[in-house]
Design a protein around this ligand. Structure first.
Ligand SMILES: [Zn+2]
Length: 189
């Protein structure tokens, strides 16, 4: 891909990319936007093909929408193995954490890795417990850092020509504080 162009016109994911402003607002660790954004990729079985898409809250939280959507796919059955990566602007609330655990229980060959830009109402003990329960169920949760912002920009954002490396540089201090807080949440027995 030439660096002086935007995402290649031949890129099948082009129409699924989000606009730069959407990415910048949704995933800014300093913003407290109401909307939750999900960028996700799915790698099916041994295939090297990666399926990328995005989602938002509707009347339901985006995590539940994802689960409903993927479980309604014809090819998605109990024995299917796949690796899912989520980039979420907010960490899951406790109710979504429960729904995710149930989904993983029903689909034991699915692995889930979650990167979050911000921790959602993280002083609420239920949300803290929800995150702990998720990690106990085998889900890896991490705070997005520069590597993830760069990655999302390149693969999920419809950046302008020549702006391939212009992913937003947010203050690293906030990412570190969120990472420390997440660490404390997860470490408490
Ligand atoms: Zn939720």
């Amino acid at each position: 891909m030439a660096s002086d162009r935007g995402p290649s016109a031949g890129d099948a994911t082009l129409r699924r990319r989000i606009e730069p402003w959407e990415f910048e607002v949704s995933f800014d660790p300093r913003e407290l936007s109401k909307e939750t954004r999900l960028l996700y990729e799915i790698k099916w079985g041994k295939s090297q093909r990666i399926w990328r898409h995005s989602g938002k809250n509707t009347t339901k939280h985006v995590e539940r929408n994802f689960i409903e959507q993927i479980t309604s796919e014809r090819r998605f059955h109990r024995s299917v193995s796949c690796c899912i990566i989520w980039f979420l602007s907010w960490s899951p609330c406790w109710e979504c954490s429960e729904a995710i655990r149930e989904f993983l229980k029903q689909h034991p060959r699915v692995t889930l890795l979650i990167y979050v830009a911000r921790l959602f109402q993280h002083m609420d003990p239920r949300n803290r417990q929800g995150l702990r329960d998720l990690t106990h169920s085998g889900v890896t949760i991490q705070i997005m850092g520069p590597t993830e912002y760069d990655y999302c920009w390149r693969y999920f954002v419809n950046y302008a020509p020549g702006k391939e490396a212009h992913w937003p540089r947010y203050p690293p201090l906030l990412m570190k504080l969120y990472a420390l807080e997440l660490h404390c949440i997860i470490l408490v027995p």
